[in-house]
Design a protein around this ligand. Structure first.
Ligand code: F6P
Length: 554
């Protein structure tokens, strides 16, 4: 593909962006009584309202043309056909195959993967049912009641997010704990509450080389053995999910307890594979299957719906409009649903590790902004923390506000208040409050003119901040699966438009290599000589503190 800036619609969008800087969304609503109907879309149990974005029909037409010119439909076909769209690693990208329970073939570079996927799913189902029904027991014969998932990044964020979002469906005695941090505080505090006889560790690592995960897994194994368990107990208390089966075996996990992953599944898109084992253990296999079905249903929509009705395509294009043409540098994710508290962290990896790139597919530099900084937390908590900046700060922020129409509890007053806040905040971000309205309200309060002049500038809300509202009918596994897949496909489409590879992550490598060097220096096995002065100074500080802690023994 040529550089996207050479595509005819790119210029058109640049001109439209200049116009957009003079427009106010609130006025666009006044001028078009159909705006909400025009820019909001219902698909199954999802409602997505783009009408508070700074878009017009002309902008959307130009964005849709841009998608066509960028070859989106050819890219979709290449993705579906299992071609190596991850071209720097020569890999297909087939997370859609993981949730395809229809039996339709999915090929990774010519090899049908459906049988392997189905076989791993059956193995998962068997272990889930054995553990949940108490047939699989710990080495002393007690039921497994605690699962500790050890993993990081894509081998952690998805399962943790889904377990939290659907925890109202968890039945039975099984509890799930997540350990990702190499700071042993997390692992030791988790283990302090657990009984080794009833605990199963699931070590999730696609590569099985991730230092944080291996350190945690080793410490967990020592904890089990230190409690008096024999070596043979590892078989009842450890399972692994990895594409490096040999490494998992070398760690001591038996082949029967190792679940496969494939190189055509990116870590951040892997919760649909056996990486989702903690989800299935916690919620039951049927709920996990419904999660897969919801994602599959969104896959079908993505692959077949015309672009102008295609939710991931529209969402992606509006994201490109915001980041690249309106130059809005950040994207906030603001869930108004307690269960979605880990969604921002999950999507932060999915989006930023995928599209935080500065070279095009041919290696030439990009000359336009790509992925915005993705951040966020529960909207209600954010309102009492950082929303001040959203309303009156100097940074442009686009926001996704996500809520559920039906609550999972019987406290309607709470739910009404929650949703009122979601809707009101998107309204406030768009409308703001102008000078005349501020002054009128201060006058109504009887303030003297001097005080009004003094206060008015501080009370202005500029408004015209872009937001999308996403409402799920209800937080079910199916709806959550569809929501996650919506974002996954959005990421793909944006990668196509920006002409970048969304499926590699070379930017994480340098830090890993340097950390290994520094670790040797901290341990005194290598000299910090030749490092920059800051690194050498910090290493020296650590060594001095370590010597002091060890009474000078290091
Ligand atoms: O360092 C980043 C990363 O490679 C992510 O892409 C990945 O999800 C995570 O680390 C964990 O990797 P693994 O599953 O191989 O342990």
């Amino acid at each position: 593909m040529p550089c996207p800036t050479q595509l005819p619609s790119w210029r058109v969008l640049q001109s439209l962006a200049a116009i957009a800087h003079t427009q106010r969304v609130a006025q666009l609503f006044e001028a078009d009584s159909q705006r909400y109907a025009r820019f909001s879309h219902r698909w199954q149990s999802l409602l997505v309202d783009f009408s508070k974005q700074r878009i017009t029909p002309e902008v959307m037409n130009a964005l849709l043309s841009l998608a066509q010119e960028a070859g989106l439909s050819e890219w979709k076909s290449a993705l579906r056909a299992g071609q190596p769209v991850n071209h720097t690693e020569h890999r297909a990208v087939l997370h859609m195959a993981l949730r395809n329970q229809t039996g339709q073939p999915f090929e990774a570079q010519g090899t049908d993967v459906t049988a392997e996927v189905a076989s791993e799913l059956s193995r998962m189902e068997r272990i889930v049912s054995a553990i949940r029904q108490g047939d699989w027991r710990g080495y002393t014969g007690k039921r497994i009641t605690q699962v500790v998932s050890i993993g990081i990044g894509g081998s952690h964020l998805g399962p943790q997010m889904v377990c939290e979002a659907l925890n109202h469906l968890a039945e039975g005695e099984l509890a799930v704990h997540f350990v990702s941090n190499v700071d042993a505080a997390q692992l030791t505090q988790t283990l302090a509450r657990l009984n080794p006889e009833t605990t199963l560790f699931v070590v999730s690592s696609k590569t099985f080389t991730t230092r944080e995960t291996l350190l945690n897994a080793n410490t967990a194994r020592r904890w089990l053995l230190a409690s008096g368990a024999p070596e043979s107990a590892i078989a009842q208390h450890f399972a692994a999910v990895s594409s490096a089966t040999d490494k998992a075996k070398a760690f001591g996990i038996g082949a029967d307890n190792i679940f496969a992953m494939w190189d055509w599944v990116g870590g951040r898109f892997s919760l649909w594979s056996a990486i989702g084992l903690p989800i299935a253990l916690y919620l039951g296999f049927e709920q996990f299957e419904q999660l897969l079905d919801g994602a599959h249903s969104m896959d079908e929509h993505f692959l077949t719906a015309p672009d102008d009705e295609n939710l991931p395509v529209l969402m992606a294009l509006i994201g490109v409009w915001n980041a690249t043409f309106l130059r809005i540098p950040t994207q906030a994710l603001l869930p108004y649903d307690q269960g979605l508290k880990y969604l921002p962290a999950y999507l932060q990896q999915a989006e930023m590790e995928s599209n935080g790139k500065s070279v095009q597919r041919d290696g030439s530099p990009v000359t336009y902004p790509t992925c915005p900084i993705v951040w966020g937390q529960l909207g209600i908590d954010g309102q009492h923390a950082f929303y001040q900046l959203l309303h009156q700060g100097t940074h442009g922020v686009a926001a996704d506000m996500i809520g559920t129409l039906r609550a999972q509890h019987q406290e309607p007053e709470h739910h009404e208040n929650l949703l009122a806040n979601l809707i009101a905040q998107s309204q406030a971000l768009m409308s703001g409050v102008g000078d005349a309205a501020v002054r009128a309200s201060l006058r109504d309060k009887g303030l003297p003119e001097a005080e009004i002049n003094h206060l008015a500038p501080h009370k202005l809300h500029e408004g015209n901040r872009s937001s999308t509202t996403i409402l799920l009918d209800e937080m079910t596994p199916f709806n959550l699966g569809a929501l996650i897949a919506l974002y996954e496909h959005k990421i793909f489409v944006q990668g196509v438009i920006w002409n970048i590879n969304s499926y590699d992550q070379w930017g994480v490598e340098l830090g890993k290599v340097l950390a290994a060097d520094v670790e040797r220096q901290l341990m005194g096995e290598a000299s910090p000589e030749g490092q920059d002065a800051s690194t050498a100074g910090l290493v020296a500080e650590f060594r001095q503190a370590a010597r002091a802690n060890n009474g000078g023994g290091l």
